[in-house]
Design a protein around this ligand. Structure first.
Ligand code: GSH
Length: 203
């Protein structure tokens, strides 16, 4: 697999963690460099990372979106330590991922805009986006049982989504995660996994 992205991207990190857990090596092309970004744009009309290119037996598959890439890795190599939801859990997991990804994307957009000099106060919608992040973080904390969204311990896609989101919030100073003891505890428990430790965002 050829993986396009940056080492700070929480969505790319999800793919890196899954690849590590499944023992799958990959070639990493950084989109932080203009050449990598130009190459990425030849593969995806969205210009977003992660984007992955698989070449097998002369056929090429190009996938964008972290979930799409992870599903592909799961179908090729099994799910390793990750648990897929039971049919009864599926709606709850999808809800959690949708909420977390909504908060993460809002936070990433605010980060980009602030970097370009725009303040959150510049428009009511930006303020709403910031409040949306706080709403989701508060909700996520209320749902946790230790390191799991479910009463039984598990590592699934909702937990992976939350962990990568929290670490991004701390790394980019986007949200005061420390104000939520259960979120901090969640991070602490998962940080024991080597795949999590080895993929912390770095500047
Ligand atoms: N739904 C996508 C979101 C990917 C995404 O938003 N990636 C960000 C980096 S973390 C990106 O590509 N940003 C560049 C841009 O928006 O131009 C996924 O799960 O992979």
């Amino acid at each position: 697999m050829k993986l396009y992205g940056t080492l700070t991207s929480p969505f790319v990190r999800r793919v890196r963690i899954v690849a590590l857990e499944l023992g799958q090596s990959f070639e990493f092309i950084t989109t932080a460099a203009p050449e990598g970004d130009a190459e990425l744009r030849q593969h995806t009309p969205l210009w977003k990372w992660p984007t992955a290119v698989f070449t097998e037996n002369g056929t090429k598959r190009v996938l964008w979106d972290s979930r799409n890439i992870i599903d592909d890795l799961f179908s090729q190599h099994g799910t390793g330590p990750f648990q897929l939801p039971t049919p009864e859990e599926a709606w709850k997991e999808r809800n959690a991922i949708e909420a977390i990804d909504g908060a993460l994307e809002a936070s990433i957009h605010l980060f980009y805009l602030e970097k370009e000099g725009l303040s959150i106060q510049a428009a009511p919608y930006l303020t709403k986006q910031s409040q949306r992040v706080a709403s989701v973080m508060t909700w996520a904390e209320s749902q946790l049982h230790g390191a799991s969204f479910f009463e039984k311990p598990r590592l699934g896609m909702a937990e992976l989504a939350l962990l990568t989101t929290l670490d991004f919030m701390v790394f980019r100073n986007r949200y005061p995660v420390a104000q939520h003891p259960k979120l901090v505890e969640f991070q602490r428990i998962l940080s024991e996994r080597p795949s999590i430790r080895q993929t912390y965002p770095t500047a």
